[in-house]
Design a protein around this ligand. Structure first.
Ligand SMILES: Nc1nc2c(c(=O)[nH]1)N[C@H]1C(S)=C(S)[C@@H](COP(=O)(O)O)O[C@H]1N2
Ligand SMILES: [Mo]
Length: 305
């Protein structure tokens, strides 16, 4: 999964480098001993409250999942990939008596609340459709860092962070999209926000001055929960050329790619596009990040000397 190309983003993002996006002016320092998680609401026949020890005593899964912020611009840095250890969330919901809408459940929105009052809403259907939605307690072999939600955060592969990745979580309420708008939805962001297919050129950097000959163009592409099946590169107005893909870790992670370019003298624009596991190619249409994530293609301008 890791190509040996200088300048490419590491497949696994170290915890110390992992982007941080939240509204917390001071990071909550939750006492793990007194922390509780409550699950309640519409269609919950057996409301439950868990301690951290009770969660840790359950079977845990460990998965590579790439997290992305909806506010990430095309080519931007608000994306990271980690190996998360956690409790499967669908199991907890099933124990509480929750059924997804497709099986007659009355709640279509799961609202997660944090100790600092943030609210995030995810589709119950997505959380229970078999993907690795989890309550994460570990990140890259360490306990969850304070910055990333200690002691427990939620993760749902395929959804932007603001509709899935509640840090410092303490409450899960089953409700409907009609009945409740969480924090960012009240501020005009979309109710539902699956991650858009995207790709980024990590090397060469914008305005680099590589020398004539073979230049390795490389980067990452992501379409969480659909996977990446193809990445293509275009130089100036030339034809799209297939890049080489690194092995795919899974459909929920980004995928590295590289392309050996025979660089000729002068200024050149290099553009990337990715195709996801459903066969859809990333759109050329540029949109802003609000309301449901930026689309469009990343390109870099370089001068070959
Ligand atoms: N409690 C809380 N959880 C939160 C947020 C927040 O502001 N408060 N921000 C969300 C957003 S917008 C994103 S993109 C992810 C970022 O997670 P990270 O900071 O661990 O990268 O956390 C989500 N969970
Ligand atoms: Mo975000």
């Amino acid at each position: 999964v890791q190509l040996k190309v200088p300048g490419i983003t590491a497949f696994t993002t170290p915890n110390s480098d992992f982007y941080r996006v939240d509204t917390a002016l001071t990071v909550p320092k939750v006492d793990a001993g007194t922390w509780r998680l409550r699950i309640h609401g519409k269609g919950v026949t057996r409301p439950r409250t868990y301690t951290l020890d009770q969660l840790l005593a359950r079977p845990l899964i460990e998965r590579d999942i790439t997290l992305t912020c909806v506010s990430n611009e095309v080519g931007g840095p608000y994306i990271g990939n980690a190996r998360w250890l956690g409790v499967p969330l669908a199991d907890l919901l099933e124990e509480a008596g929750v059924r997804p809408p497709s099986k007659g459940g009355r709640a279509d929105q799961l609202v997660a609340r944090s100790v600092d009052g943030m609210t995030l809403g995810s589709p119950v259907e997505d959380v229970m459709d078999g993907r690795d939605a989890m309550l994460a307690v570990g990140m890259n072999g360490d306990p969850l860092p304070f910055d990333h939600g200690f002691p427990v955060r939620m993760l749902v592969p395929g959804l932007y962070g603001y509709v899935s990745a509640c840090k410092w979580i303490e409450d899960i309420e089953l409700t409907t999209f009609d009945a409740y708008d969480p924090y960012w939805v009240k501020r005009k962001w979309a109710r539902r926000a699956p991650i858009k297919t995207q790709s980024r050129i990590d090397t060469p950097k914008p305005f680099a001055r590589p020398t004539v000959g073979t230049v390795t163009v490389a980067g990452v592409a992501w379409a969480q929960h659909r996977g990446i099946t193809r990445v293509q590169i275009r130089v100036d107005d030339g034809p799209w050329q297939d890049a080489d893909l690194a092995a795919q870790a899974g459909v929920d992670t980004w995928r590295q790619w590289s392309y050996r370019w025979n660089a000729t003298p002068g200024g050149h624009n290099i553009t990337v596009r990715a195709t996801d596991g459903t066969g859809q190619t990333q759109t050329e249409q540029r949109t802003r990040t609000i309301p449901d994530g930026a689309s469009g293609r990343h390109s870099v301008f370089v001068t070959v000397t």
